[in-house]
Design a protein around this ligand. Structure first.
Ligand SMILES: Cc1cc2nc3c(=O)[nH]c(=O)nc-3n(C[C@H](O)[C@H](O)[C@H](O)COP(=O)(O)OP(=O)(O)OC[C@H]3O[C@@H](n4cnc5c(N)ncnc54)[C@H](O)[C@@H]3O)c2cc1C
Length: 411
């Protein structure tokens, strides 16, 4: 069973990419995610299955999808990237997000293109086939979740905040202190963080943000326990503590107001990626519903032969097609534009994650009682989709930031 790709110009290479990532998603990601979903987070952290799944992705070079070819990565263009991420999300939202944040330190290092970082970060990352180099995006703090999203999304509406994680210049180092929240995806396993900090808070004046690529084996870094949560349970998350960590100055890659420059670029990439992944989650839930309604009979007919069921399936189908189209458009524009039009990545993230949630919700309705049983995959897809409404910025807050940009700039 497959969907008709409405892009008639897909070439043989793009079709081959779609097929090979789908095969990996079907044979490796999905079975691993379903099994890991039953474990505690501590058990996931120790499980061979978790580590082998990451290693298999790295051996295929999938961690380098965003890294340009001149740095040894796959350097996928925007359409290929959307296809790739949709298939990963179709296989496992949690592993798709894990690979998405994994790449962030090296992807941003590639934008900076500093010879020291190229060797220490990008080359090591690209060549890693054993999951020895794992990245994360550490922005959320115990006291500042949406506040940080606002900082990245919107220069006009900077929240008055004293961030939890600060960096103070001392000679040629930055001294980093504070806590990043339990929500940091890959937090328990990451070797490097793309770390958002507040610079020199004692200096007063306007909030000044910085972005560092921070090795997490430096003295003074420690971690919390892996978080137990509702969905995407194959994705490990946890706190990272910084106790007077001395970071050499070349690792502070941006020292500036973060919006509308790098903070916004990171958010635009991340939200566009989420849109593609959760188009895949929506499609997975739709396919479960299709299979089930073609097999189960009620009222003397297959479920799919009842008009109200056809109506629901059609609504799901239409939303997924719209999600894919918006996801591709946002990815296409924002992976090339500098600065990006972040409001379109936000629109795509919000629409696609809400589509995933609604489609999984309707799929559960069509499964009846079986839909809430842990035996059926739709139950996991529903939990995975629910988490995505908050992930990478909660949808209502993201919508607010995007709409303020539209009100300022449109007409
Ligand atoms: C599965 C998952 C993965 C994640 N991965 C990462 C990661 O890799 N790295 C990372 O750094 N973070 C990550 N996060 C954290 C995520 O970005 C935050 O949870 C999100 O930004 C919301 O922040 P918060 O949880 O502190 O909620 P809060 O900021 O406390 O917001 C709660 C609610 O209050 C409302 N609200 C807040 N502020 C405003 C405002 N100014 N105006 C109006 N309403 C407002 C909104 O309704 C919001 O949903 C992840 C989260 C999840 C669920």
């Amino acid at each position: 069973m497959d969907y008709l790709d409405l892009n008639p110009d897909l070439n043989a290479e793009q079709m081959a990419l779609k097929r090979s990532v789908r095969q990996f998603a079907l044979e490796v990601l999905r079975p691993a995610a379903r099994e890991l979903d039953r474990l505690t987070s501590e058990e996931v952290l120790k499980s061979e299955l978790y580590w082998n799944t990451l290693r298999e992705a790295k051996r295929l070079g999938y961690h380098t999808a965003y890294i340009p070819e001149n740095h040894g990565g796959l350097g996928l263009p925007p359409l290929e990237l959307q296809i790739f991420l949709e298939e990963l999300g179709w296989g496992s939202a949690g592993f798709a997000v894990a690979l998405g944040v994994d790449t962030m330190p090296a992807t941003i290092a590639a934008l900076v293109d500093d010879p020291d970082l190229n060797e220490a970060i990008i080359t090591r990352y690209v060549e890693d086939k054993e999951a020895n180099f794992i990245g994360c995006w550490a922005i959320t703090e115990p006291n500042h979740g949406s506040d940080w999203v606002r900082v990245a999304a919107d220069k006009e509406h900077q929240p008055a905040m004293q961030a939890d994680v600060t960096a103070v210049k001392a000679g040629s180092d930055w001294v980093i202190s504070g806590t990043k929240a339990a929500w940091i995806s890959n937090g328990p396993v990451a070797t490097h963080a793309l770390l958002f900090v507040q610079l020199d808070p004692a200096a007063g004046g306007e909030f000044k943000g910085g972005i560092a690529i921070c090795p997490l084996d430096l003295p003074g870094v420690s971690r919390g326990k892996p978080l137990e949560k509702l969905g995407q349970r194959e994705l490990l998350q946890g706190e990272i503590y910084f106790d007077q960590v001395c970071l050499p100055e070349q690792y502070m890659v941006f020292e500036e107001d973060l919006a509308p420059n790098m903070g916004e670029t990171v958010l635009a990439y991340a939200n566009a990626g989420m849109a593609a992944m959760f188009t895949g989650v929506a499609r997975a839930a739709f396919e479960e519903a299709l299979i089930h309604t073609r097999l189960r009979k009620q009222g003397g007919r297959l479920l799919c032969e009842h008009d109200n069921v056809k109506g629901k399936l059609f609504e799901m189908f239409t939303r997924i097609e719209a999600a894919r189209a918006l996801s591709r458009a946002a990815m296409d524009y924002n992976m090339q534009a500098m600065p990006p039009a972040t409001r379109y990545s936000i629109a795509a993230k919000v629409f696609c994650t809400e589509t995933a949630f609604q489609v999984a919700h309707e799929a559960i309705t069509l499964f009846g009682g079986a839909g809430v049983s842990r035996e059926y995959y739709v139950e996991k897809l529903f939990r995975d989709a629910r988490a995505s409404l908050i992930e990478d910025g909660s949808n209502d807050l993201l919508g607010l930031a995007a709409m303020e940009a539209v009100l300022r700039e449109y007409i």
